[in-house]
Ligand binder design. Structure first.
Ligand SMILES: NCCCCCC(=O)NO
Ligand SMILES: [Zn+2]
Length: 343
């Protein structure tokens, strides 16, 4: 399987995030991508190519232009204030506060974000656009007839919505790729999110559409991040009603429960008649993940890959979460190898 990879991911290296009430070193580190790349090479999964630049247009097919401009300019405006440390918001526009877009960068940080764990740094824009190009280059290969590709995307993307960042995500790589597949003639595209956390950003982007089916298996938002989206009764709106499926599972759910949910999701994708599949591949479902609470073990990721291959669809994998850095390479490549072995 082809891998698309850019060393520009290294430009996103936040120092700290506010999690569980304290500032901690970021879990979303460059070493995650290093470990995955090493495993790709060690297991001889296939060729590794650099992404082609695609510019802003494909990004603006799913993201708000003002939000993109904020991401592009935030660091310069923040550092012009004499601040040489990561940019993080200090409050959010919650119920009954004005939904006004502030002029100042500090206020825009609050308006265009959903949490305090997604630091904007000097290299954030470059890293995020390189990740989008990585996903788009993978999509190009599917459009060109390849059966599958792996976009080693960092920073991840599935929490990034039309006009806000969060969960370590700035641009929604999987959504950008799904839209590109649609723009290049694939009539129906499914996005399956198997990360531990609900893909609120991807849901937000496609919620009112029937040409892109979104499905997510994740920790129950009643107790798990992102808390405020990912419930089973969210089925889409308007044209999109019936084209959104959430499978929230209680924290601590066993592996067999997880695979029952997967089979339900795969069945919906087959019923939809998808012509291509984009997988938001988070491996924080791993039993040893430091911030998540499912039980998958490394061999289960081989099974996951094989189940996905059973759909017989052109498939693009986009890396999302996974913070057990030691085994992340094994777990990611197990999915990809399991997919390939199924044929
Ligand atoms: N800082 C709070 C937890 C962010 C979750 C990030 C993630 O793995 N999303 O898939
Ligand atoms: Zn996650």
């Amino acid at each position: 399987m082809l891998t698309v990879y850019s060393d520009s991911h290294r430009l996103q290296h936040g120092q700290s995030e506010l999690i569980d009430g304290t500032l901690k070193p970021c879990f979303e580190t460059p070493s995650r991508a290093d470990m995955v790349l090493a495993a790709i090479r060690e297991r001889e999964l296939g060729d590794i190519i650099h992404p082609r630049r695609h510019g802003l247009d494909p990004i603006l097919r799913v993201h708000d232009a003002d939000y993109a401009r904020f991401l592009e300019t935030a660091w310069q405006r923040w550092s012009d204030m004499g601040r040489d440390y990561d940019a993080l918001p200090k409050m959010w526009q919650v119920r009954r506060l004005r939904e006004a877009i502030p002029d100042h960068v500090e206020g825009q940080l609050c308006y265009y974000s959903m949490d305090c764990g997604t630091p904007i740094t000097a290299g954030t824009w470059a890293a995020a656009t390189a990740a989008a190009d990585t996903a788009l280059t993978g999509a190009d290969r599917l459009i060109g007839g390849e059966r599958a590709a792996f976009a080693l995307t960092r920073p991840p993307g599935h929490h990034a919505a039309f006009d806000y960042c969060g969960g370590y995500c700035f641009l929604n790589n999987a959504a950008i790729a799904a839209q590109a597949l649609r723009d290049h003639g694939m009539r129906k595209v499914a996005v399956l999110d198997v990360d531990y956390h609900h893909g609120n950003g991807t849901q937000d982007i496609f919620y009112r559409r029937s040409d892109v089916l979104f499905l997510s298996i994740h920790g129950d938002p009643r107790t798990e991040y992102p808390f405020f989206l990912g419930f089973a009764d969210e089925k889409g709106e308007g044209e999109g009603l019936g084209y959104n499926f959430n499978f929230p599972l209680p924290a601590g759910s066993c592996v067999s429960t997880w695979f029952v949910a997967l089979d339900c999701a795969l069945d919906q994708i087959a019923r939809f008649g998808a012509e291509a599949l984009v997988v938001s591949l988070g491996v924080d479902t791993y039993r040893g993940d430091p911030i998540s609470r499912f039980q998958l073990d490394s061999p289960d990721f081989v099974t996951l890959g094989a189940r996905l291959a059973g759909l017989k669809l052109p498939t693009l994998f986009c890396l999302e979460g996974g913070y057990a850095v030691g085994p992340i390479g094994t777990n990611v490549v197990n999915v990809l190898a399991g997919f390939e072995a199924r044929g």
